[in-house]
Design a protein around this ligand. Sequence first.
Ligand code: HEM
Length: 404
Amino acid sequence: MTADSPDITRFVDPASRLDPYPLLARFRAASPYVVSDGLLVAGRHADCSAVLRDPRMSSERYRSRLSPGVKGPRTRNFLDLDPPDHTRLRRLVVKAFTPRVVAKLEPRIRELTEGLFQEAARRDRFEIVSELAYPLPLRVICELLGVPFEDRDLFEDWSGKLSETLEPPFPGLVAPRASTDAVRARAEFITYFRELIAERRRSPRDDLVSHLVQAEESGDRLSETETLATCVLLINAGHETTVNLISNGVLALLNHPDQLKLLRENPALAPAAVEEVLRYDAPVQMTSRVARGDGHIGSLPVRDGDTVVLMLGAANRDPEVFDEPDTFDVTRPQGAKHLSFSAGPHFCVGAGLARLEARIAFELFVTRVAAPSLAEDGLMYKPNLTLRGPDRLTVLFDDIQAPS
Ligand code: HEM
């Protein structure tokens, strides 16, 4: 750490959640740098992008010299694996999320979103997180997997606890992967899916869990443990991230009425607005890699087993790549690529699905909700650093129009 390196404890402080970007700019400017023995930070777009694409940078985070180890039942999902296992498992899942498959989901997603707006219309305030941003992606991923949506309270509880395990190993944060709550949540998730998988083995349906079970039965491509781990990954990744994309987007639009107006007048801008929200306020603020062997990031030496935290949210506002990076502009040219869905071999499998859900949610929000405004005390952030988004986002409105 150099004299100008920003103080990581200030970043960890919950007070920084409201606007972490001035601090992130300092991380980026100082990066890449060493936070403590075995822990490095990269925040520049070029460094993050290079590390994400570098095969010597492992996603097998348990290799880290800092790793406290996971207690309880072990299921390693492919987000945490390198080739060849990563390639084999990912290949089985991507088929369910191709652009063609995702496009076919649009009518159902629109119907669900319309339903949530119509329910909100009966009330005098719209709590965006619990009444739109959370239930929409959770319901969609439940339907795709073939998991009963009625069990949503269980998933909400378990996923919330598991999202702690994604926190970076920064000083001042408890060793999250080992937390008792997370260990219990993981065990309960596994028991739940073990029963569901057994049920689908007996009577298969046309859903993703049944398809994974069939892949398992048709050869050695997938073990039972891998099927379980993949189900837990998909249900979590499928909603704990998109909730923040939708909420961060609604908040950005409320905070920038000119942009909201632009989008209302020209809904064709909605896909660009989704990309701008992803860039401006990344739902997944960071990920990490562990060095296999010694090397460098830029001129900074990296040793075998070092953990590199990649500040995606900082990279997305790198002035070397984006003009006026702190400006929220839904008409921004789409040339430069944000890193919110990662890059390289682990690029988000569900990016197309998340984009579709968010586009429909934003289209309806700007065209149906008359005179939206943030309620007093309507904004509270989740404590998480990695999965960034509001815990509560309450919007007042004059009216929510029904579909014409
Ligand atoms: C706004 C919403 C989302 C964001 C910001 C997001 C972000 C990410 C990021 C950053 C990664 C890679 C992490 C790394 O490289 O270490 C990732 C991977 C992944 N995401 Fe998403 N995600 C979103 C939605 C979804 C959805 C809806 C699904 C549903 C299926 C999904 C499934 C996955 C899976 C399976 C992986 C692992 C890919 C791999 O390791 O090869 N994500 N996501």
